[in-house]
Design a protein around this ligand. Structure first.
Ligand code: ZN
Length: 242
């Protein structure tokens, strides 16, 4: 089985289309979506429609889904994020909101689990930036693999020889006796210094996880954010990858 994993699309249609164009050249059996389909950029409804047509094996909820559904306190969000949540809520249909409301907080399969933030308390949407923040998730894992998003920084964290190792990009061979936290990065607003859209592939037969990057039409995405009247910073940060 070959999975394509996408997260943090954040209403960036150009980035999502580029990722799917890249994936169309590969054999993909199933899609998995790790949350934050909406928020920040200008095409939430279009991105929801595409995710719906991917018929994902699982599509789980991020903090921006919870934001537009009114399930998360406004204080949780930064000023720019709050503005994006309000704007996004205003342009989505009842059917779009119902669809987002169908997302669960986690999804478990035979050898992996999906969660947007951290696995110990998924509803808190905590960030995993370093090994100390990774511990509660590693301890909560009953499967070898945990795929996450949320930080918009792609990377693979795993235990080896009693130490936590980190792989920022590329491919990792999976040893099922170890535990791995795999951040698939962000499709629509990368913040790890590489502005290209990020996604991951998981091949269960080859036992390999690979993080991939693809360029997209950033200028068009930026223009639309500005024309929509969303905070300017949300447009500018796309080319910085921060
Ligand atoms: Zn996000």
């Amino acid at each position: 089985m070959r999975y394509a994993l996408i997260s943090d699309i954040h209403s960036n249609l150009e980035a999502l289309e580029s990722v799917l164009a890249g994936l169309s050249k590969e054999r993909i059996d199933k899609f998995l979506c790790i949350g934050d389909v909406v928020g920040y950029a200008a095409n939430p409804a279009e991105c929801i429609e595409i995710v719906r047509t991917l018929r994902c094996e699982a599509s789980i909820s991020g903090n921006h889904e919870w934001g537009v559904l009114g399930l998360l306190d406004a204080e949780y969000f930064s000023e720019d994020a709050k503005a994006a949540v309000v704007w996004t809520k205003g342009v989505l249909s009842k059917a779009d909101l119902d669809y987002l409301n169908s997302f669960k907080l986690t999804y478990e399969s035979r050898d992996f689990v999906l969660v947007h933030g951290s696995l110990d308390e998924p509803q808190e949407f905590r960030y995993i930036y370093d090994s100390s923040q990774a511990h509660p998730t590693l301890e909560s894992m009953t499967r070898p693999l945990c795929f996450v998003g949320h930080t918009h920084a792609a990377g693979i964290l795993y235990f080896a020889g009693g130490r936590i190792m980190y792989e920022g990009s590329g491919a990792v061979s999976i040893d099922h006796d170890r535990k791995y936290i795999i951040n698939v990065g962000s499709v629509g607003q990368p913040r790890d210094g590489d502005p290209r859209a990020s996604y991951a592939l998981y091949d269960t037969d080859d036992k390999k996880v690979e993080i991939k990057r693809v360029a997209y039409d950033m200028e068009s995405a930026k223009d639309k954010i500005l024309k929509a009247g969303l905070p300017k910073r949300l447009a500018l940060r796309l080319c910085e990858g921060r």
